[in-house]
Write a protein that binds this ligand. Structure first.
Ligand code: MOS
Length: 709
């Protein structure tokens, strides 16, 4: 255990599947080989808007090893598509008609006996189009911004009250499109059995929701669809839904009568599985001379596709973060010729926090008040949007821990005042928050005769360490060693758990494990009929049983409506900025979370550090660039789309307040996945300003922006 960890009296378990992962024995969707399996490769449109005039698949069909080439002209109808209510907007229907909505939209799928032959044949498919004028630029398209169905304006107190404040900040902020880019490519193997049964191995954050999507698309009874994802190599939101390429693979397997493997290329990942959308924001803050906020106005315009309205809570954080009598927010969308965005770690809040927490920093300089002090003067003791009490809030503790660990007293309030070995030095901080959710989960806990406890539930572990946290909870409740506990996850035929997303799994599945283990223990007690120490193996032996098991459904109660439930974080950055080149180096990053009681200290620390690094990528590097003339991405690869590497991240430390939430659930845990990233980008921008006096309001903070003007 490293020393950058607040004390935790729980046993710090190592990742229970860590050895499987680092030795390559954990298998991911693309790594399975099934008998008679064939390979699919997608062909994307080369125009950005219009219709397919003709599509020539003859050369591809005649190419060696090719079994079939599917297009909208010959693909069997997908029953769910036809039955759908013909609403004008919805998920992209693959091979449905000749419409092209964005560049790279799949127009054909080549299926061949080897991957290489499928890839080659895909290069032989050609199409002609009737091209129409496209729009991929949010700024240029913003005249057509509209209020989406789920984007109601919010007003508390007086609208635009900031305008009459003693001290004001009014600024615009922009984040570019960011792509999740998990290391594991999205992949699926689809295999039909007996005509109306299908099993798929796919990259998904929720096997039950993938099962529902396939059931809906192909109109099958749920028991005929099995979805497995025992290991997932990162997802960050990109695998929250079932995507068109998965439907295409299921369809292709039906057509060729063989299992079909379809693995997206890295380039496909930029146009097939969503992204954090390009978003424009304006935050206006008004305060009295003592730093008390008198008005917050937050406006945002995000992008979506022309076929589907994707919305996220970009402006919500301004309704929730600070005590302020007057708050109003507006959220708009622009429909562009791009694929639909999807939630990406800290969806909405990560975008919103960049603007709000940058603006708070700007206000702190306008008032000449320390940024932590400014936040404490506006600390909310109840939920500002509805006055509900918090189930727990220890953000003030997090500020204190973080300030001490970064060495905040070394910071100079005057920008550009400190240099070190020829570099400008700056300190910045910013906070984050995200709803602490608990939904329902069912866990089977089974004690075997040899004393092994098996925990079974359908949840996937996309990386945070769900299996490890489950083991930790069960070990404590049952009073047995973690080495005697096994988890089985990621299979739709296991008892239902929610999709791994929204930072809710530790609280939801962890509580279900707790409740199942309590029940199992009670069952042992009642069988044994004594109140002394329970010896599970002895009781099973005495009763002549080979196992004892319970299946327990667990969910929250009416506390859910009575309290405001959130996780909180604060991120501190020390940056070095090179005065001649504008290069920004992270010298030290400290992230502190109020995520309730920490169930699994090692994996929690890893998750927090990973989220901080993701936020640093958002701040300094990540940007999917579209050439708007052609409407096509120019950097859809890892050479040109930059994410942080080891050398970019010298020192990141994670700390936890580690106080239980006594109300949310029986284990006291709140979520952590999202707050690890939310606020990080603003902390970096604020540190860059402190170092240089240059405020960069459009991410990423590249050297040209640091140096300009
Ligand atoms: Mo997350 S964006 O809830 O996978």
């Amino acid at each position: 255990m490293t020393n950058d960890q607040t004390t935790n009296d729980k046993v710090a378990l190592s990742r229970v599947d860590g050895r499987l992962k680092v030795t390559g024995r954990a298998k991911y969707a693309a790594e399975y080989n099934v008998k008679d399996m064939v390979y699919g490769v997608l062909v994307g449109s080369t125009i950005t808007k219009g219709t397919i005039q003709a599509i020539d698949t003859r050369k591809a069909e005649g190419s060696p090893g090719v079994l079939s080439v599917l297009t909208y002209l010959n693909a069997p109808k997908i029953p769910g598509y036809q039955a759908d209510n013909p609403s004008p907007k919805g998920p992209l229907k693959i091979f449905y008609n000749n419409q092209v909505y964005f560049n790279g939209q799949p127009i054909a799928l080549v299926i061949a006996d080897t991957f290489e032959r499928a890839l080659f044949a895909a290069s032989l498919v050609s199409a002609t189009y009737n091209t129409e004028a496209h729009q991929t630029d949010l700024k240029a398209g913003s005249a057509n911004a509209f209020t989406p169905g789920r984007g109601k304006d919010f007003v508390k107190g007086q609208e635009d009250a900031w305008k009459s404040a003693a001290v004001k900040v009014e600024q615009e902020y922009v984040i570019p499109t960011e792509v999740h880019n998990p290391m594991e490519l999205h992949a699926i193997i689809a295999k039909w059995d007996a005509g109306d049964k299908i099993s798929v191995q796919t990259k998904t954050q929720g096997v039950k929701s993938s099962q529902r999507s396939i059931v809906q698309a192909f109109k099958l009874p749920p028991e005929n669809v099995q979805v497995t994802a025992p290991f997932v190599g990162g997802a960050f939101g990109a695998a929250l839904r079932t995507w068109p390429h998965e439907i295409a693979a299921v369809l292709a397997s039906k057509v060729v009568g063989k299992p079909v493997k379809l693995v997206l290329s890295r380039a496909d990942m930029f146009t097939s599985v969503g992204y954090r959308p390009y978003t424009w924001q304006k935050v206006s803050l008004g305060a009295a001379a003592d730093g008390k906020l008198t008005g917050i106005t937050h406006e945002a315009t995000g992008q979506s596709s022309v076929y589907e309205d994707f919305t996220e809570g970009v402006v919500n954080i301004s309704q929730l973060m600070y005590a302020c009598p007057n708050i109003n927010t507006r959220y708009r969308l622009v429909s562009l010729n791009v694929n639909t965005p999807t939630p990406m770690r800290g969806p909405g809040e990560a975008t919103g926090a960049f603007a709000l927490e940058s603006a708070m920093d700007e206000l702190s300089y306008a008032l000449n008040i320390d940024p932590i002090d400014l936040r404490m003067r506006n600390y909310a003791d109840t939920d500002p949007s509805n006055n509900k009490p918090y189930s727990s809030k220890f953000l003030a503790d997090a500020y204190k821990i973080g300030a001490e660990k970064i060495g905040w007293t070394e910071r100079n309030q005057k920008p550009g005042a400190v240099t070190q070995n020829g570099w400008m030095v700056g300190y910045g901080m910013a906070a984050g928050m995200f709803g602490a959710h608990r939904s329902s989960a069912t866990v089977m806990a089974r004690m075997l005769a040899d004393g092994t406890l098996v925990l079974l539930t359908s949840v996937t572990d996309i990386g945070p360490g769900t299996g490890t946290a489950m083991t930790s909870v069960a070990s404590e409740v049952m009073g047995i060693s973690a080495a005697k506990i096994r988890v089985e996850l990621g299979d739709s035929s296991l008892p239902p758990s929610p999709t791994q997303g929204g930072s809710q799994i530790a609280a939801t599945v962890g509580s279900a494990v707790h409740d199942a283990c309590v029940e199992l223990k009670e069952k042992f007690k009642s069988i044994a009929g004594n109140t002394g120490a329970i010896n599970y193996t002895q009781i099973l032996k005495q009763q002549n049983l080979d196992k004892l098991e319970v299946t327990t459904m667990s969910k929250g109660g009416d506390e859910q409506g009575k309290y405001a439930m959130y996780s909180w974080s604060v991120h501190f950055m020390k940056v070095l900025v090179h005065p001649a080149t504008g290069v920004v180096k992270i010298d030290k990053a400290i992230s502190v979370a109020d995520a309730g009681l920490i169930i699994s200290p090692k994996t929690a620390r890893s998750q927090m550090i990973g989220g901080t690094i993701m936020g640093i990528g958002m701040a300094l590097m990540e940007e999917a660039v579209i050439d708007h003339k052609y409407g096509r991405l120019v950097n859809n690869n890892f050479a040109d789309y930059h994410v942080p590497v080891q050398a970019d991240i010298p020192q990141v430390e994670a700390y936890f307040v580690n106080k239980p939430d006594q109300i949310l659930n029986p284990i006291g845990a709140k979520g952590m996945g999202e707050i690890a990233t939310i606020g990080v980008a603003a902390a970096v921008a604020n540190a860059v300003y402190n170092a240089t006096g240059k405020r960069v309001r459009e991410l990423p903070i590249t050297p040209d922006k640091v140096m300009e003007g």
